[in-house]
Write a protein that binds this ligand. Structure first.
Ligand SMILES: Nc1nc2c(ncn2[C@@H]2O[C@H](COP(=O)(O)OP(=O)(O)O)[C@@H](O)[C@H]2O)c(=O)[nH]1
Ligand SMILES: [Mg+2]
Length: 330
């Protein structure tokens, strides 16, 4: 390893712009650590972002998201397209230590200058996962990547937030992903833009395809009908067809002027989500470290103070806010 380089705000921003892998790695590490230098660099780069197309790839663990991404990388690299990949999957093979044993030669991608892959842990993000993912996407965007892929395990709230920044959301399922089917049916899971039923070599793949198709058929209101494709990520079957559908969705958004609108909404929601997450952290820390606020909570427990009066006291003390949510202002 080379001696660790000292990056400045200027040199790091310049390195990111040039797509230098060391600079990208450093910038994203700083983002993960909520380092002030990361904020400065992203602030400098932000006006230059917006040209990367962001594809969110979500779905239950083990369905083949990472394998599919790898197959898509191969497909796209043949055409010279450049890519940034952020994997927010604790079991991701996209960390250099975990490449062995996989039939897909992910290591090839690490040597390719047109691809930057980064795995981000789901824990230990001071500023929250949504925040660091958003910043990391901006870094890769500023580096001039044509596409940024974000892989998340589709289970929790943070993943929903992470998917909120994607231009196209690709849901990956496999035969046997019954929970996801139920979640789609019940409306718990948002309808994605494109669905891949991976592991099409599995005998139940067709059944799964029909099941998903029948659920989506109930939804008549969308102007974009999410296409459902069978893929076999390991062999690359259906991958070109899958990508064609992502591009079709992109074109669909472009045509109607919907891409700009979707991005505007996404950014607004993301800014709000990050602000909320910070407010929550601030509140928790304030209550933990303040004996007076602890006393307020104790009083509620002893039924000496009602819960909403406690809320009011806490909000006043921590945020210097009155009772804004009170209905009596109407
Ligand atoms: N049979 C079969 N196995 C697959 C396919 N795609 C991925 N796998 C395997 O499924 C396992 C999980 O894949 P991975 O890409 O890590 O899934 P992820 O957790 O969704 O990212 C690995 O052992 C892959 O080799 C496929 O299309 N067919
Ligand atoms: Mg994965």
């Amino acid at each position: 390893m080379a001696r660790r380089r000292e990056w400045t705000r200027e040199s790091l921003a310049a390195g990111v712009r040039a797509g230098d892998k060391l600079a990208l790695a450093r910038a994203i590490t700083l983002v993960e650590n909520s380092d002030p230098l990361a904020y400065e660099v992203v602030a400098d780069l932000y006006p230059e972002t917006g040209s990367a197309y962001v594809v969110g790839i979500t779905g239950p663990p083990g369905v083949g998201k990472s394998s599919l991404i790898s197959a898509l990388i191969r497909h796209l690299r043949e055409r010279g397209t450049t890519l940034g990949i952020i994997s927010v999957d604790p079991s991701s093979p996209f960390s250099q230590g975990a490449l062995l044993g996989d039939r897909i030669r992910l290591s090839d991608h690490f040597l390719d200058p047109g691809v930057f892959i980064r795995s981000m842990g789901t824990r230990g993000h001071l500023g929250g996962l949504a925040e660091s993912t958003l910043q990391a996407i901006l870094v890769l965007d500023a580096a001039g990547k044509d596409f940024v892929f974000v892989e998340t395990v589709g289970t929790g709230q943070s993943e929903v937030e992470v998917m909120g920044v994607a231009d196209t959301v690709l849901l990956v399922l496999m035969p046997g992903s019954g929970d996801s089917i139920q979640a789609l049916k019940a409306g718990i899971m948002e309808i994605p833009d494109v669905i891949a039923i991976n592991k099409s070599d599995h005998p139940a793949a067709k059944t799964m395809l029909n099941e998903v198709r029948s659920i989506l058929a109930l939804d008549h209101e969308r102007d974009w009908k999410p296409p459902i494709l069978l893929t076999e990520a390991v062999r690359g079957d259906g991958v070109a067809e899958l990508w064609a559908k992502v591009e079709e969705h992109h074109a669909h958004l472009d045509e109607g002027g919907q891409l700009a609108e979707r991005r505007r909404k996404n950014v607004a929601r993301e800014v709000f989500a990050v602000a909320s997450a910070r407010a929550k952290t601030h509140l928790q820390q304030a209550v933990e470290g303040d004996p007076e606020l602890q006393r307020v909570l104790d009083e509620v427990q002893r039924r000496e103070l009602d819960p909403l009066s406690a809320v009011r006291e806490i909000m006043e003390k921590v945020f210097h806010l009155g009772d804004r949510n009170s209905t009596d202002s109407r």
